[in-house]
Design a binder for this molecule. Structure first.
Ligand code: HEC
Length: 170
């Protein structure tokens, strides 16, 4: 049996190990805010999430963006999702605008749309200016999972025609 001292020491070491983990965990999550009112937008990882979706929820970096920018063949997967969820009905087949605003020019509805995190917040949680909240954790299981929103964003970035910097590629 372990002596009292050894038990105490083990307990202390585990406490230290826990304490060193906590700040890491707190920093690891990407804290989303609603485009409607700036309140927290709680999008959590779920079992069915792809590794790419989980990575984004931790880092705010969309792993598809650079991949699609480099390879138009791969970007087609995002274009498919953009059509599948009928984003095309308002934004046109390539996001160039139809009933609603273009997403592929430099006129952003909200300044934060120059980051994938900001664009994700508007697509996932909606806006006060006519954008529906598309994420399934906000509007219901028949709507869009994290991974599909990321593919759509990466596709829209690959279609960008606005010139200037492309901060989403940094
Ligand atoms: C019923 C019409 C409609 C549909 C369908 C729709 N949108 Fe929108 N979308 C809008 C409107 C209106 C705005 C402008 C919102 C604002 O100014 O607050 C907008 C804005 C956006 C923006 C910001 C554009 C910018 O220039 O900053 C993105 C990104 C976007 N939509 C993506 C999507 C995606 C992805 C889908 C499909 C999942 C989708 N939209 C479906 C109407 C629509």
């Amino acid at each position: 049996m372990l002596g009292n001292k050894a038990v105490k020491a083990t307990f202390f070491v585990s406490l230290l190990a826990l304490a060193s983990l906590l700040p890491l965990q707190a920093n690891a999550a990407c804290n989303f805010v609603s485009t409607k009112d700036g309140s927290p937008l709680a999008i959590k990882p779920v079992d069915t999430d792809t590794p790419e979706a989980k990575q984004f929820l931790e880092t705010c970096v969309n792993p598809y963006t650079k991949v699609y920018a480099a390879d138009p063949e791969k970007a087609k997967a995002g274009k498919k999702k953009f059509g599948y969820y009928s984003c095309t009905q308002c934004h046109g087949p390539n996001g160039d605008g139809q009933v609603a605003v273009a997403i592929t020019d430099a006129r952003w509805q909200y300044a934060k749309h120059t980051t994938d995190k900001g664009m994700f917040e508007t697509i996932a949680g909606g806006s006060n200016g006519g954008m529906f909240a598309w994420h399934q954790q906000v509007s219901g299981p028949e709507y869009v999972p994290t991974d599909d929103i990321l593919k759509i964003i990466a596709f829209l970035r690959s279609q960008y025609k606005g010139g200037g910097d492309k901060p989403w590629l940094n």
